[in-house]
Ligand binder design. Sequence first.
Ligand SMILES: [Fe+2]
Ligand SMILES: [Fe+2]
Length: 267
Amino acid sequence: MTVIAHMSDLHFGRAVPEVTQALLDCLDQLQPELVIISGDLTQRAKDEEFKQGMAFLRKLRQPRFIVPGNHDLTAYNLLERLLYPWQKWQQYVAADLQPIMQTDAFMAVGLNTARRMGWYTDWSRGRINPGQIRYVQDMLQDVPADCLRIVVAHHPFWLPDSSMCRSLVGGREAALEGFQAAGVDLILGGHVHLAYVQPLHGMLISHAGTTTSNRLIQGQPNSFNVIRGDREILKLEQMEWRGTAFVPVQQQFFKRAAGGWQVHGNF
Ligand SMILES: [Fe+2]
Ligand SMILES: [Fe+2]
């Protein structure tokens, strides 16, 4: 059985030290085989924030898999944003903005959906392009049938009614179609600082809240998710910060049938 921890929107620069330490303690107990971080490692893409983020990542005893978010692009230095948007990410975090990882149990494909600019006023919006959809399909082409297929991208492919004021990732329809054809099981993301799981087109869209930052929305404490299972049955558990520690607050079970993933129970 695979055990993966999924966190997001750590936002170093606005991270709470007490929560950050409790997260490391909790991970030591859970012992996931992988920690996935779905973007917004920093608050404003400052050198100091990247250094703080990397100090945290180096403390992880588990392998990590990380993609960037919109906050990992500078919002203040237009020259940096337009001419060399990912230089700091590649200097501090990873050369590869779209990592892949394959084990006997799963294949994870990371996508960079953050954009330095667009023909719209809100540059925090994300986008996925046809090349990225093909990339996912190519990476998953020869993956064994029993191998869990995971896509990690910062921006949302689905939003609950309460968050419809936020933007869905651009290019979403084509991406969902392409992912479904590639047999994707899980799409992991963040950005809206809200934890939820939604079956869609036979896939499971699972978002983590902001795991360590004080950029909270009302009624949503810091959180991360634990994914347990295989390509037949999955348990998605939400871990919430409750003042002194992260505790499990909700477990959802899903089973894969002919039409894809279906709800198998909530506890
Ligand atoms: Fe964020
Ligand atoms: Fe974001």
